[in-house]
Design a protein around this ligand. Structure first.
Ligand SMILES: C=C1C[C@]23C[C@@]1(O)CC[C@H]2[C@@]12CCC[C@@](C)(C(=O)O1)[C@H]2[C@@H]3C(=O)O
Ligand SMILES: O=C(O)CCC(=O)C(=O)O
Ligand SMILES: [Fe+2]
Length: 359
């Protein structure tokens, strides 16, 4: 059985597509990082007299899972994203993890480069994998963790015993995220009226593909000319995201909603953001939207986020769920692909990946 990190080895990148800028040393946005002005499409969504968005991203309370199921199904169908509260992850753990992430990105650039992602590798320090698809670089640095890779990289980042706290907190965070991801996936299937036993999923729950992506968006001398993360959809089944509470006027994470436009995902205290990814879009035969999202940056504040990507095992075949297609009299919109195959298609074609597997 291949692992998630092995799925990326067939798609090596060049070092200039991995090494982040030394953000501490720049006083202006270099030409390589200047994006055309996107003021034209922001703020597009309607705002009321108090400056509140009239169509905010749904916030769902998980303390009553039965009540949440319908709301989750509706949010996946209309937005492809929602925020969850009362999700059972202790806020102290989330805060500790955020402060470890801050400690990591506060290291000097030369130190962080010791944990640089290898050209054919999947884990470690570096810029977003989607970089080669754009002519400009993003105002972003990331650190990708898969399975136990945090330990190896943390040893090089903090050669003394300062890595232990980072490893312990991150391990605990990954464990709790995997429980929540499984719970959310089961609720999502329930909302589709699919029970987990119907689709041979035993192996799925035992050996899901998971990754934790730590993101830093350093403060930027001219945020109107830079972009934190370019528009993309996640390859995952679902992504669970914690964002630091920095409220960035007109910035931070934004999601695209057809008919509404780009809408900010305003941080709600204690909430986690849940995105529908491409694999759930395929399984639901396009009913659930793989949400397009992007990140803007701020002049004074660094923004941090932690994204937990949850997918079936890499060898698992993903196709529109039979029961769903049969019961609604639809035809399957997508052919079946293994998770590994889809990662490979996405690595080569990014936003065209779904159309490449369309029937
Ligand atoms: C499992 C993964 C999803 C991801 C690629 C990765 O190997 C780890 C990083 C993830 C990330 C984070 C930023 C946006 C994104 C598109 C990227 O370039 O790297 C996602 C990838 C994804 O969802 O495909
Ligand atoms: O930082 C964010 O809010 C979004 C991060 C993201 O989209 C990702 O890691 O895929
Ligand atoms: Fe994303």
């Amino acid at each position: 059985m291949s692992t998630l990190s092995e799925a990326y080895t067939d798609h090596p990148l060049h070092l200039h597509q991995i090494i982040p800028l030394d953000f501490d040393s720049v006083r202006a946005v270099p030409e390589s990082h200047v994006w055309p002005n996107s003021d034209d499409d922001f703020p597009p969504a309607d705002v009321d007299d108090h400056g509140q968005f009239t169509t905010p991203v749904p916030v769902i309370d998980l303390s009553d899972p039965d009540a949440a199921t319908k709301l989750i199904g509706h949010a996946c169908e209309t937005w492809g994203v929602f925020q969850v509260i009362n999700h059972g992850i202790p806020s102290s753990l989330v805060q500790e993890a955020e402060s470890e992430v801050r400690r990591l990105f506060s290291l000097p650039a030369r130190q962080k480069l010791k944990a640089l992602r290898a050209p054919g590798g999947a884990t470690g320090y570096g810029i977003a994998r989607i970089t080669p698809f754009f002519s400009k670089y993003m105002w972003h640095e990331g650190f990708t963790i898969m399975n136990n890779s945090a330990i190896d990289h943390a040893n090089t980042l903090w050669p003394n015993d300062e890595h232990a706290r980072f490893c312990d907190v991150i391990e605990d965070y990954q464990k709790k995220m995997s429980i929540l991801a499984e719970q959310l996936t089961k609720l999502i299937f329930k909302s589709l009226d699919i029970s987990e036993e119907e689709e041979e999923m035993d192996q799925w729950w035992v050996d899901p593909s998971t990754a934790l992506q730590l993101n830093s968006y350093p403060s930027c001398p001219d945020p109107s000319r830079a972009l934190g993360l370019a528009p993309h959809t996640d390859t995952s089944l679902i992504t669970i995201l914690h964002q630091s509470s920095t409220i960035i006027n007109g910035g931070g994470l934004q999601v695209f909603n057809d008919g509404v436009g780009w809408v900010p995902v305003v941080p709600v205290s204690g909430a986690l953001v849940v995105n529908v990814g491409d694999l759930l879009h395929i399984l639901s035969n396009g009913r659930f939207i793989s949400v397009l999202h992007r990140v803007f940056v701020n002049q004074n504040l660094q923004r941090l986020s932690m994204a937990y990507f949850y997918s079936p095992p890499t060898g698992f075949r993903v196709a529109p769920l039979t029961k769903l297609v049969n019961s609604s009299g639809q035809v399957p919109r997508y052919r079946s692909v293994t998770v590994r195959e889809f990662i490979s298609i996405k690595a080569k074609s990014l936003d065209k990946a779904l159309s490449f597997i369309e029937n």
